[in-house]
Design a protein around this ligand. Structure first.
Ligand code: PGA
Length: 254
């Protein structure tokens, strides 16, 4: 069930606030920072709020280990793209990471693997780490096509050149996002081992260092069990990242 070797990759716990952050959830950031302050973390902690909050959060988190990220970016640097935000703009606002290819972008906005690859390359151009999301739908899961789907998404949406310093892969089964459902430990281990194999095939030794996150209904109650799996190097957390106490518990479990 996954590699039993000691983990050499530093875990990453990433929070994805999605389109949340009005009112009370905003003050959760201050609570999170208060919890983090003065503590030695065994993982990297990342928060991806809506882009409108990035510069405010940059000020609030100054001097802490918390890193910030965007939730999406446009492949171009600048131009006539109403409503879009470039990777360079995210970097300018204080982001060090950007999520690309989240299933809500793939589904709600019809994003293709080719577009996601272009966005990941844009992230690199801007000096950001790309968190590339992949994962199968419920029907693909039920018809046992998970590895085939994940393999195809990997070969088409990853940038041609990447390494541990600028790429993170997030495996998020679409049916596990926001549903309270998760695959079994054995199922997660199998997919993460497969992703590792593919990363090494593609990037050589650099592929060993790329972090692979699990995402989909990660909570304080299941984080420890999921983090114990060999090729799981952290989590991408949606709902539970909105509450500072829950997100902090997940960070501490890593
Ligand atoms: P969830 O979302 O933790 O609320 O299931 C995860 C995600 O969409 O990244």
């Amino acid at each position: 069930m996954g590699s039993k070797m000691a983990k050499t990759r530093r875990p990453l716990v990433a929070g994805n606030w999605k389109m949340n952050g009005l009112g009370k959830s905003r003050s959760e950031l201050k609570k999170l920072i208060a919890k983090m302050s003065g503590k030695k973390l065994r993982c990297d902690a990342l928060l991806c709020p809506p882009a409108t909050l990035l510069s405010e959060f940059r000020k609030l988190s100054k001097g802490t280990r918390l890193r910030l990220g965007g939730q999406d970016c446009h492949p171009e640097t600048a131009g006539a793209n109403t409503g879009d935000i470039s990777a360079e703009m995210l970097a300018d606002a204080g982001a060090a990471y950007v999520i690309v290819g989240h299933s809500e972008r793939r589904g709600d906005h019809g994003e293709t693997d080719a577009l996601i690859q272009a966005k990941a390359s844009a992230a690199h151009r801007a000096g950001l780490t790309a968190v590339v999301c992949i994962g199968e739908s419920k029907s693909e899961y039920l018809s046992k096509r998970t590895l085939r789907v994940v393999g195809s998404q990997l070969s088409r949406s990853l940038p041609r050149k990447a390494g541990p310093g600028n790429l993170v892969v997030a495996y998020e089964p679409v049916w596990a996002i926001g549903t309270g459902l998760t695959p079994t430990v054995a199922e997660i281990a199998k997919v993460h081992d497969y992703i590792r194999k593919r990363l090494v095939q593609r990037f050589g030794r650099a592929g060993e260092g790329v972090r692979i996150l699990y995402g989909g209904s990660v909570k304080p109650g299941n984080a420890q069990e999921i983090f114990a799996i060999g090729n799981v190097d952290g989590a991408l957390v949606g709902g539970a990242s909105l509450k500072a106490s829950d997100f902090w518990e997940i960070i501490r479990a890593a």
